[in-house]
Design a protein around this ligand. Structure first.
Ligand code: SF4
Length: 410
């Protein structure tokens, strides 16, 4: 039986802006099993990327995690931290939220790695691609050499500016060792970069977009992470390169057995890559389950809407069915305590004005949804009138194909 390697419980991430508090991630609970590819899908602004960044604690001011836990299973790490940070250790799990930033920093690259959407802005343009990958290799070496020493893991002096400058200017010294550079060449080869011995000394601007995305994957793999978080890894690429990068990720996952958390707005990418999927809307996971659960038996009207908006060349179902309306504001003072999808939902009922919990679908463990339709049938007599949310303006903007308001219940 597979065990979770990541366990998020009631995670809340807020941004404290001049216009008010933005609830980007709202009481999010999720488990990701070791060795699986778990996808998070949703529209722009649904909180997918903030969730990914929260996991590796890369939320910058004015944002912060305000509640919840992010537990990562690593028995050895838990043992090494238990004495100094007892509140952060729960059996084999370590709560990343309860650890100081100095310790979490050492886990980035070694326990977790992240591939970002835009490879060009993720590389330092003044260093060669090889140096940047080799640096990640060295961080992993240091961590492996001292797996039980918190002090050694958190000692940043070896990677200080002073170290970099002396490595760069003193004869016979180098910021990265020749062994790490050799490993960078191997990693570039592993991700399919042609002529890696020459390419390792080139700068990011000398790489094409597809090559740079592969180089970023190589950099992410340098620390042999347990969990790879891929945030829209193919968005900036053309379709052919997208397919190559996804194939590469799939092959690497099979070879290494690492866990992948894949963030995307593209259901096609999810269908191609993932074992399980969570659908995000307005900062919440509104449905989760296996691919078959979610794609073949969607339980939440938002999931149905997403699936209905996918072009299907094999069926003659006519025009695509967009989801009426717009993603709601996530400003705290504008969020009512109701189902956040209610103003766009074709099946909204009076009951939906209270916030739904997460329910099992058909009593199936693992297929869950935040929708009352999992526990009761749609009742037209209790349906909210179309004008309830005064949504005419939003509907006009958001509904270009149907040109109508709420659709008939399907
Ligand atoms: Fe629609 Fe109600 Fe389900 Fe929300 S809880 S998705 S409004 S049926």
């Amino acid at each position: 039986m597979t065990e979770p390697i990541l366990r998020l419980s009631d995670l809340c991430t807020r941004f404290f802006t001049k216009t008010g508090q933005v609830n980007a991630v709202e009481s999010l609970s999720l488990e990701v099993d070791a060795g699986e590819v778990f996808g998070i899908v949703g529209e722009s602004g649904s909180g997918k990327s903030v969730t990914a960044r929260s996991i590796i604690r890369l939320i910058e001011s004015p944002g912060r995690i305000t509640a919840g836990t992010i537990e990562f299973r690593d028995a050895e790490l838990a043992a090494s931290l238990a004495e100094e940070y007892p509140d952060a250790v729960n059996g084999e799990f370590v709560d990343l939220v309860a650890l100081p930033e100095s310790v979490v920093r050492t886990l980035r690259g070694t326990s977790f790695s992240m591939i970002f959407q835009d490879p060009e802005s993720s590389f330092n343009p003044t260093l060669t691609v090889g140096e940047q990958i080799a640096e990640a290799v060295e961080v992993q070496r240091r961590a492996s050499a001292n797996p039980r020493s918190v002090k050694a893991r958190t000692d940043a002096s070896a990677y200080s500016l002073r170290s970099y400058v002396s490595g760069a200017v003193l004869p016979g010294r180098s910021y990265v060792s020749s062994e790490s550079k050799a490993e960078a060449v191997e990693l570039l080869q592993q991700v399919g970069i042609p002529d890696p011995e020459e390419r390792v000394d080139e700068y990011p601007h000398e790489y094409s977009g597809g090559m740079l995305q592969r180089a970023m994957i190589a950099q992410a793999l340098a620390g042999e992470p347990d969990v790879l978080i891929a945030d829209e890894p193919t968005t900036a690429l053309d379709v052919t390169i997208q397919a190559q990068v996804l194939d590469l990720l799939g092959e690497l996952q099979e070879e290494t057995g690492m866990t992948i958390l894949l963030i995307t707005h593209n259901l096609g990418v999810i269908a191609r890559m993932c074992d399980r999927v969570g659908v995000m809307y307005a900062g919440e996971i509104v449905e989760r389950g296996t691919l078959e659960d979610v794609f073949d038996r969607p339980a939440h009207p938002y999931t149905e809407g997403l699936l209905g908006s996918i072009p299907d060349l094999d069926s003659a179902r006519g025009r695509l069915q967009p989801i009426a309306g717009n993603v709601p504001s996530l400003l705290d003072h504008e969020m009512d305590e109701r189902c956040y999808f209610a103003d766009r939902c074709p099946k909204a009922m009076e009951r939906c004005l209270e916030k739904p919990s997460e329910y099992d679908v058909d009593g199936t463990d693992g297929h869950r949804t935040r929708c009352y339709l999992a526990v009761e049938s749609f009742d037209q007599d209790r349906a909210l009138p179309e004008e309830y949310f005064e949504r005419a303006g939003a509907v006009e903007q958001g509904t270009t194909e149907t040109g109508s308001g709420r659709e008939e219940p399907r």
